[in-house]
Design a protein around this ligand. Structure first.
Ligand code: NAD
Length: 295
């Protein structure tokens, strides 16, 4: 049986590792937060005392960290994990980071003779828990084919976008659109409320109309319209505002580099920055709904 090392057991990594364990895989975990490690161990994971310890016998290493700085410091340099893994190890980084950092890390892994794919995900914490994530890979055909059976245990749709870094480019384009959809859906629902309508009824109408989109289908931002979404749990858990701002910055950087016009995303970025500056950085990104509330 393949030995998996899983590093980064946060809102996404925790449930992803749980799915690997549910499929009966041999999983060793590490996170800087001991409670996260403890929770994974209660589901059958083995704990390691450090990231280096976790990868020592791993056939496959999966990393799920907040941002590029965490990924680079985990992988690169003398204290990085690459050289501590067996010669044949496949590394899968599912964090959302900029494409150049993914290429830098991937090239360092390949230089050592090991394999790497960038494999950011879409589907949110609910998709992570249900094992229905979408994985968007960048990397060589061989590494991608090797990663597929592992990702199959955590996801439903698995794509190969292109060479190293391509998974990250596709992912930030998707999240840029998501930010626009979430702000647009929020202002539409608040407009309906301000004009005396029930947000549940309006949501049902829009779900069957031309405004239908993923935020209405899976992640309604208005409290108590849907069960088991962050808006119905005081915007706790889910995808933090500070992470959405990170992704919008990545999208804006990519737009600058390619001289692309992204006016809708620019506005969404300003709104999310303003929202974060009012103390909402750790709330779920659907909390932008509150910004449009009339008092
Ligand atoms: P999170 O902050 O909840 O979890 C990150 C985890 O990484 C934390 O538990 C942290 O302790 C751990 N960590 C950080 N540095 C570490 C290190 N050096 N060694 C070990 N552990 C370390 O973040 P998240 O919501 O799980 O998101 C992870 C990534 O997935 C981000 O890049 C995010 O943009 C992306 N993402 C998140 C969602 C979502 O809905 N939350 C959806 C798609 C993609």
């Amino acid at each position: 049986m393949k030995k998996i090392a899983f590093i980064g057991l946060g809102n996404m990594g925790g449930p992803m590792a749980a799915n690997l364990l549910d499929k009966g895989l041999d999983v060793t975990v590490f996170d800087l937060v001991p409670e996260a490690v403890q929770q994974a161990c209660e589901k059958g994971a083995k704990s390691a005392s450090s990231a280096i310890e976790a990868v020592k016998h791993a056939d496959v290493v999966v990393t799920m960290l907040p941002a590029a700085t965490h990924v680079k410091s985990l992988y690169l340099g003398e204290d990085g994990i690459i050289a501590h893994a067996p010669d044949n190890t496949l590394f899968i980084d599912s964090s959302t980071i900029d494409a150049q950092s993914a290429r830098d890390v991937g090239e360092a892994v390949e230089k050592s003779g090991r394999k790497f794919v960038d494999a950011p995900v879409s589907g949110g914490t609910a998709g992570a828990a249900a094992g229905t994530l979408t994985f968007i890979m960048g990397g060589s055909d061989q590494a991608v084919e090797e990663a597929r059976p592992v990702l199959d245990c955590m996801g439903k749709n698995i794509f190969h976008a292109g060479p190293l870094g391509a998974g990250q480019v596709a992912k930030i384009c998707n999240n840029m659109l998501l930010a626009v959809l979430m702000t647009g859906t929020s202002e539409a629902l608040q407009l309906a409320i301000a004009n005396g309508l029930d947000p549940k009824v309006v949501s049902d109408i829009m779900l069957q109309s031309s405004g239908c989109n993923w935020t209405l289908q899976k992640y309604n931002p208005c409290p108590d319209v849907m069960e088991n979404v962050p808006s119905s749990n005081d915007y706790q858990g889910g995808f933090m505002v500070k992470l959405m701002n990170k992704d919008l910055s990545l999208a804006m950087d990519a737009a600058t580099t390619s001289n692309s016009a992204t006016p809708m995303a620019s506005l969404a970025q300003s709104l999310y920055r303003l929202h974060q500056s009012k103390g909402n950085q750790n709330k779920d990104f659907s909390s932008i709904f509150k910004m449009f509330e009339q008092h």
